[in-house]
Structure formats: C-alpha cells, structure tokens
Design a protein around this ligand. Sequence first.
Ligand SMILES: Cc1cc2nc3c(=O)[nH]c(=O)nc-3n(C[C@H](O)[C@H](O)[C@H](O)COP(=O)(O)OP(=O)(O)OC[C@H]3O[C@@H](n4cnc5c(N)ncnc54)[C@H](O)[C@@H]3O)c2cc1C
Ligand code: SF4
Length: 477
Amino acid sequence: MAKQQMLSFVTVPRDMPEKRAPEVRREDFDEIYAEFADRKAAEQASRCSQCGVPYCQTHCPLHNNIPDWLRLTAEGRLQEAYEVAQLTNTFPEICGRICPQDRLCEGNCVIEQSGHGTVTIGTIEKYITDTAWERGWIKPSKPERELGRSVGIIGAGPGGLAAADMLRRAGANVTVYDRYDRAGGLMTYGIPGFKLEKHVVMRRVEQLEEAGVEFRMNCNVGEDIGFEEIREAHDAVLIATGVYKSRDLQAPGVGAGGIVRAIDYLTASNRHGFGDDVPEFASGELNAEGKKVVVIGGGDTAMDCVRTAIRQGATSVKCLYRRDRTNMPGSQREVANAEEEGVEFVWLSAPKGFAGDVVEGVMVQRMRLGAPDATGRQMPEILEGSDYVEEADLVIKALGFEAEELPTLWGCPELEVTRWGTVKADFRSHQTSLPDVWAVGDIVRGASLVVWAIRDGRDAAASILDQFAEAPAMAAE
Ligand SMILES: Cc1cc2nc3c(=O)[nH]c(=O)nc-3n(C[C@H](O)[C@H](O)[C@H](O)COP(=O)(O)OP(=O)(O)OC[C@H]3O[C@@H](n4cnc5c(N)ncnc54)[C@H](O)[C@@H]3O)c2cc1C
Ligand code: SF4
C-alpha cells in the first residue's frame, strides 16, 4: 500500500465509507456502512494532524493512542496499527461501529474545530480491527501460566466480557454467569444489527470460550443460583449486570394492549434475527409489520426502535419527543439516518394519554421550551389548547432504564447502592462495599455506553489482579 504523508487534511476532504441507500437498507438488518477500501483508509488516516496533545485521545474513555494508529494506517503498517489499537481497547471493531464519536473522540478532533471536518476515527478503528480478523491476527487470549485463582463474573455484557478477557489472559479461571441464553448483553439483544451485526459480537464470545472462559448461560443470579453461592465459589466476584428496569409513563390508558417496552420490542426483534422461535413476534404483539407506530423518547434506544419498525414494514413511524432536535440526548447521526429511512420526528410533543383498550391513538400535547432548570437545560412546558390525537396501533415506550434492586433481589443488604439503585463502587478500583466484590458498567454508572463498560471492565480486572498479586505476600507476613 502506498505510504501517505500526514497532515493531508488541507488537501484531502473528510470522507466516510459508502452508506447503503435508504430504500435498500430499509429492507434488512445489515449494517449500513460499507468497509473502507485499503487506499481510502490510508488516505483518510493521513488527514490526522498528529497533535502533541491529542484531544481525541483525552476524550476517548479508553484513551486510545489514536494518532499512533492513524499514522501506522497511513503508512500501510496495518498489523502494527492493530497491535497498538488492541493495547487499550478489548473490542476496537465494536467501538468503531457504535461509539457516539461525535460526542467523544471525533467531537474533539482539532481539525474538526478548525473547520476541515474531523478525521473519521471510528471507521478507521473498525477498518483496522476488521482487517485483523480477516487476516487471522486476532487470537484467543490463552495465558502463559495459570494463576490458580478464580473469578466469577455476573453479566456477559461488554463490561463483564472485557474483564473476562483481561483476567483470562493473566491466567485466572473465569466463569461468566448470565440469565440470557447468549452472551453479549445489550450488544446482543438491545442494539440492532444495522448498527452492530451479531456475528461481530459472537466471534468475540467464541474466542473467549476458546481461551478457556466458562460461560454459564440461562443462569439468573438470585433465582437459579444465589449471590452468596457465587461468592463462596470464587476468590473474586465482579457484578456487571447492566440496568434493565424500564422507566414508565404515568398517563391514562397506558396499560392498554399494543403499548410495549422498548427492551421487549428490541429483544424480540434481535431474537427473531437469530432465527429463534419468538411467539410474541409471531403473534404481532412485538412486531411492527403493517402498523402505525409511535415511539416515545429521544435517546438512542428510541432511535433503534424507530429504525427497527421501519425495517419490519410499519406503515408509518413517528417519534414523539418533548424537547427539540438540538436538545435531544440521542445521536444526531442516528436521527439523520432515521429520517433518511422514513421516520418522522414530532419534536416538542409528549403523550397525555392513550385511546382504546387495544391502543388506537396517542393523545399528544404540544410543548415549548421554557426557562432553564438547575442543570441549565431548558424545561419543556405544555402549550395549553394544542392537544391532538396521533393514530397508532403500536406504541413503544423508550424512556430510559434504571437499576434493579440488587441488594433485595440477591438478599444481600450489605451491598451498598446509591439512591438511584446503582451499585456503589470506588471510581478507580471498582471495589464495592463487600470484600472481594467489584462492580462495573451500567449497574454502577446508570445507562451509559459500551466504551465506558469496557473501560470499567479493564480497570476492575487490573484491580482484581493487583489484589491477587498482593495476597501471597500478605499470607507470608
Ligand atoms: C437499545 C440500546 C441501544 C444502545 N446503543 C448504544 C450505542 O449505539 N453505543 C453505545 O456505546 N452504547 C449503546 N447502548 C448502551 C450500551 O449497550 C450499554 O451501556 C452497555 O451494554 C452496558 O454494558 P454492561 O456490561 O454494563 O451491561 P449489559 O450490556 O446490559 O449486560 C449485562 C448482562 O448482565 C446480565 N444480567 C443482568 N442481571 C443478571 C442476573 N441477575 N443474573 C445473571 N445475569 C444477569 C444480562 O442478561 C446482560 O447480559 C445502547 C443501549 C440500548 C438499550
Ligand atoms: S473507542 Fe470510541 S471514543 Fe475511543 S477512539 Fe474508538 S470510537 Fe473513538
């Protein structure tokens, strides 16, 4: 591959890999972006200005060595680029696909701020690691020696899996317990395939199995096995259970048929994609085909629901959000993708109630943005006399998630939680109030991001290994 000169941002414009046309991608659940061609990836990587103090790296939760792997990509030294990328990130190809880069690395790229358009960091990270998979450079994390210590991890999402990878590499015996039948957490059953194809997650799980990580699936901790039993079976325990309690609406008629929770809807769709038998999908209860769909919410989950409904063949898909476009929490990139695919956003609108025993419509009240609250964010206010009915035969509630009450569910009141129910853990070591118990990811942070769960999982694994290293010395005293 031809070697590219760096700092080419003045002459080479920002470019993304080809995006499939909306009318084509609406028909399936495959990812919407093609892969960069080798020459294109090198050219785009060469746009990096190689800052002495790289803000992209500072704002990446994993502090990836972005300028280094961009330079190596531009020079055609792809295997070295992969080696550098995987030093700080357990799943670079996953982050490259689904990080909200506009809020993280790319949003802080200096050439973006000088008006030249950011370096396409995420797509290059994906390209490097997809190439590494194609060329067989990614191997199972088999350890050189066994430590003779065991770790039980509760939850097979990105937090749990990132920790499992590091711990197994270091020689710990790792058992991962999860209540689902497949590993991956929300990467498997929450995030749709058009953002993250499932084989990308499954091949990582297979490699962990090959490395010797034991997965105990269909094992709901608190029901099928006690938390104390897990503590007794292992030298250390990591809680990585995520947040699954859906926030609900208080509005007349909200209990009507046809009003469903986003997590149930997306899980059914993902299971159907795996070829599973999903009765609620087959019956139409969790399937948007032929329906007028209204999604309530303005976050990434709502974006995933509207785009899933389009692909299932809904006759119309509308998204109600009580603030406006600039004040929504979801990614602007995903809103643009949804609009291209045919989703209609009804900004400044909120549900007041629902009509029908089986839902027929949403009573909508229009809003305006009023004075800022304590956080500086403008509060939505009701516009009196502006109500109307939006027809709907499937309503999906995507209002966010909260933590389940683990101390109660697991009969363990000593496990300290915050007033939001998230587990209290030291922010560096991730140790909880219980000895030899760590916690990471959404169950500590509240609903967050895959990249933060990976960061936490890696940090907690390092802390557990530190404790293992100290233990023999303490025993000898
Ligand atoms: C629809 C949706 C879309 C998203 N899109 C993005 C995105 O584009 N980019 C991004 O960065 N983030 C996204 N997120 C957020 C991201 O998925 C989460 O922040 C991340 O998965 C959290 O990782 P985790 O390991 O903490 O938990 P999870 O991924 O939730 O995994 C937790 C695991 O624990 C298991 N578990 C829970 N309780 C028990 C129990 N009692 N016993 C056994 N197992 C248990 C669960 O079955 C699950 O497998 C999205 C979230 C949702 C819901
Ligand atoms: S992990 Fe996410 S934030 Fe960090 S460089 Fe990759 S895409 Fe950017």
